[in-house]
Design a protein around this ligand. Structure first.
Ligand SMILES: [Zn+2]
Length: 136
């Protein structure tokens, strides 16, 4: 069997399945962390948690109830709040945090993004047009 055949039949088999969503990816990473801790600390409980998370993430990827998995994924991701970008793409979140500062408008609370390293800047809130100074 050629390599292309395997890739094609795997793609065929994965059709209509959920695949690796954010929750599945996150639980795979957390499983890996627990597995390493379990290995280093010779802790069986950590290894069992790692195995359970791994089984759960595999089950998510294989699941054919895509609509339900998508709802769960979205509910979980929105529950993360400001941590979300760090879970979705840690590298992009890191780059973003190095080049921008996120501030809240003092009068309406609207979040604004200002470039870092520009000293004190005058910001006009895009929502209520209130002007305020901030160190960025
Ligand atoms: Zn405002």
């Amino acid at each position: 069997m050629a390599k292309g055949d395997f890739t094609r039949s795997f793609a065929e088999w994965m059709r209509g399945r959920n695949g690796a969503d954010d929750v599945a990816r996150l639980s795979t990473w957390v499983a890996l962390v627990f597995f390493l801790i379990g290995l280093l600390a010779a802790n069986t409980v950590c290894e069992v948690i790692a195995l359970a998370l791994l089984v759960y993430s595999q089950w998510r990827m294989m699941s054919k109830n895509i609509a339900k998995r998508a709802r769960e994924n979205e509910a979980f991701m929105s529950a993360l709040g400001p941590v979300r970008p760090w879970v979705v793409s840690p590298r992009a979140a890191w780059t973003e945090s190095r080049s921008f500062k996120h501030l809240a408008c003092p009068s309406c609370g609207q979040k604004v993004r200002v470039p870092r390293g520009k000293g004190t800047v005058r910001i006009t809130c895009p929502k209520c047009h209130q002007k305020f100074d901030a160190k960025a």
